[in-house]
Design a protein around this ligand. Structure first.
Ligand code: FEO
Ligand code: CA
Ligand code: CA
Ligand code: CA
Length: 704
């Protein structure tokens, strides 16, 4: 099967996604205006100037690169120049020079890869089957009314499966061996697509309230077919919807701070709801973490905030002046910053939820910092110290880790749920080991044949049971926890290309992060002013549209030193700029815009993508080999419906699960004019849903 040679890479994420998912975060200028210096940058700046004189941005040899993410204001195709001059094309690409020696995939990856396609359905390898576990509107509680898309109410929506499921986790059931507990987040609402006859200029109160409760989480009991692994949704006492109205508590260093106090909560410790819950992580003590990501778009009248640091934070987060897109502020004062300037400071945290206690109050941990948390993923050091990794998903933002000062105690969930309140928050600083003038911007490997180097974790503040200490001049620990991006600027954090999932491979112990894309990286021409940094060894592609996967080796999880290596420079394998850890490029599946990460029991990395080639191929789930001759082998396991993003992968020995988010989310799509009819077919409205893939013969995933 050939997966090469097609012009696959042409289109953009739809503007509907831009507006409702991330508040057009990508359309404007990246909000990080800091001029923090970099220890690797300074010594090699002279070299950089030389290269800039040459100015060659050559992405040649094949298809134009993908534009992924919300790039509504950009040209899709970024092919500049016709001729490939890259050296790595010569050394790494054998596609154009005939077939390379076939390398057999390792266990976990032994399936026939799915070819790029535009199928308005789930496409899986031969011998596998897929089914929908639950979809938007399906009942979570037994008393939930049947879903009627034409007659929706907020009361019904609060009892049904929410919209745009993103993160997914699967737990063993605490007291029923025949069941498991599935959890997920509902990241955002897309009202024009969800609601009949929706008028974005004049939403009704009921429509606003449907949007609010369609956010949050679902906790769902499921039973499992012992033969195939397939799950079936059940009603059980653990079933729960968490919404944008569910009471939560704020804990940690900033809880109670005056910047967190509102008229409804003068204590600054209680908050209703959670929004834009993107990815997350399962903790070893039986809870899950959920990142509040693009929180900016829910608030109006940012210009009314006068506190200098708070106002700077609103700009950095991207809060609008005047009305918000969803106009929730018309019915709920808390979304109007002119009335409640501090409400937004209570969002942007990691939320911890106990799925086994349906009466538990979700916790927002302020000590792990406030930014656009993609997720939170846990590693535990040998001595029981807990480390939580988190990316801040915006162009030129940072990568963080929290190192606990308390130790995990097996069997003591109440204690373990306070662990993320005490410890030190660090931000990452990366340095390449090759001369700057060898980083050309077009993907040429430097002379040492690797984009690699070392890095340091820089502390921002430390919280213990005895008090807190800031490590940033001009910030208290509380201020650094609330305005974390600004504090990180002060210590010279490294600007990255949209850090998304960031987590430990339990088999090889290394830490992996997806860096989705950044079209303003080293941009020239009309976008030159939007570039906040030139190409660097850790971000070597100019106007990076396809993203990277970085592999990090920590000295210890709790330590401050690490080494790093770019595993993948994503994109069309025929493009000279791509790099698959040296694996023959004629044997890989094209992959772009890596977003969520997972690992199988064999230690392979699995990546779901967030790109949408509306015209050509759909997003998918890919398995990636990490060891030996298979390192960099990238095979597509499934693709999702038109307009959808693949999220929340779970890889078990006999089951793969993905969250199919925003199917049909095209530019001109509405409830009346859907961009997809998945999963119900006919002329139905598309529904975000949970998909599971299993083998018809009951065999193991990816094992021949
Ligand atoms: Fe919600 Fe960073 O994707
Ligand atoms: Ca190098
Ligand atoms: Ca994501
Ligand atoms: Ca995403």
């Amino acid at each position: 099967m050939s997966i090469l040679g097609k012009n696959l890479f042409q289109s953009n994420r739809s503007s509907l996604t831009c507006t409702y998912k991330c508040g057009n975060a990508c359309a404007g200028e990246a909000p990080n205006h800091s001029d923090n210096a970099y220890f690797g940058d300074i010594m090699s700046r002279r070299g950089a100037l030389k290269v800039m004189g040459a100015g060659a941005v050559t992405i040649g040899g094949g298809a134009a690169l993908a534009a992924c993410g919300s790039d509504s204001d950009s040209e899709a195709a970024s092919t500049v120049g016709e001729t490939a001059t890259s050296t790595n094309q010569v050394t790494e690409t054998s596609a154009s020079a005939g077939e390379s020696k076939k390398i057999e995939p390792v266990k976990g990856m032994q399936f026939e890869p799915v070819a790029p396609n535009k199928n308005d359905q789930i496409t899986v390898p031969e011998g596998y089957e897929s089914s929908v576990l639950i979809a938007w509107g399906d009942p979570v509680y037994e008393d939930a009314p049947e879903f009627d898309p034409n007659n929706q109410t907020a009361a019904a929506a609060a009892r049904q499966f929410g919209f745009n499921n993103d993160f997914a986790g699967l737990f063993d059931h605490p007291d029923d061996e025949g069941r498991k507990v599935y959890v997920c987040s509902h990241e955002y609402s897309t009202e024009p697509q969800m609601l009949p006859n929706y008028n974005a200029d004049d939403p009704t109160e009921e429509e606003v309230n449907i949007g609010i409760v369609s956010h949050g989480h679902t906790i769902l009991e499921v039973s499992q077919n012992p033969e195939t692994g397939e799950l079936t949704r059940e009603f059980g006492p653990l079933n729960r919807r968490i919404t944008g109205e569910t009471p939560m508590v704020l804990t940690g260093v900033a809880a109670g701070h005056e910047l967190l106090q509102t008229s409804a909560d003068p204590t600054g410790t209680k908050v209703n709801g959670t929004f834009n819950n993107c990815s997350g992580g399962v903790t070893p003590w039986g809870t899950f973490l959920s990142g509040e990501e693009n929180i900016d778009m829910y608030w109006a009248n940012g210009e009314a905030v006068t506190d200098e640091r708070a106002a700077a934070d609103l700009k950095r987060m991207g809060v609008v002046e005047g009305e918000s897109e969803r106009k929730w502020e018309r019915y709920h004062d808390r979304f109007d910053l002119a009335k409640e300037p501090n409400e937004i400071n209570r969002f942007g945290y990691l939320v911890e939820i106990d799925p086994f206690d349906p009466n538990s109050t979700p916790i927002k941990h302020t000590s792990t910092g406030r930014f656009k948390h993609e997720a939170g993923n846990i590693a535990i050091d040998k001595d029981g110290t807990v480390v939580c990794y988190s990316g801040d998903d915006q162009r030129f933002e940072y990568m963080y880790k929290f190192v606990s000062s308390e130790k995990v105690v097996e069997g003591d969930k109440a204690h373990n749920m306070t662990i993320l309140d005490y410890g030190t928050l660090y931000v990452a600083q990366f340095e390449g080991n090759s001369p700057k003038d060898e980083i050309t911007g077009d993907g040429d490997l430097p002379k040492d044949e690797a984009f690699d180097g070392k890095g340091k974790w820089i502390p921002l503040y430390t919280v213990t049971k005895d008090g807190s200490e800031s490590h940033v001049d001009g910030f208290t620990a509380e201020e650094a926890a609330i305005f974390t991006r600004q504090a990180a600027d002060e210590v010279g954090a490294t600007k990255m290309d949209r850090p998304e999932d960031f987590e430990v491979n339990p088999v090889n112990g290394k830490v992996y992060a997806a860096l989705t894309n950044n079209k303003y990286r080293g941009a020239t021409g009309e976008n030159e002013k939007k570039s906040k940094e030139d190409v660097m060894e850790y971000a070597p592609i100019r106007e990076n549209k396809d993203g990277y996967v970085i592999e990090i080796e920590e000295e210890s999880y709790a330590g401050t030193d690490f080494t790093w290596d770019l595993l993948l420079v994503c994109g069309d394998p025929e493009a000279a700029s791509t790099y698959f850890a040296g694996f023959p490029k004629d044997q890989v599946s094209p992959i772009t815009c890596p977003d969520n990460l997972a690992f199988d029991e064999h230690g392979n990395l699995w990546i779901s993508t967030d790109s949408l080639y509306a015209l050509d191929i759909n997003d998918g789930l890919y398995a990636v080999g990490l060891e030996g001759e298979n390192r960099g082998q990238t095979l597509c396991f499934l693709t999702v419906a038109n307009g959808a993003e693949t999220c929340g992968p779970i890889i078990k020995d006999n089951l793969v699960m993905v969250n199919v988010q925003h199917p049909g989310e095209m530019d001109d799509a509405t409830f009346e004019k859907p961009g997809s009819n998945w999963p119900d077919g006919g002329d139905s409205v598309p529904r975000p849903a949970v998909v599971q893939v299993f083998r018809t013969d009951g065999g193991k995933i990816g094992v021949a």
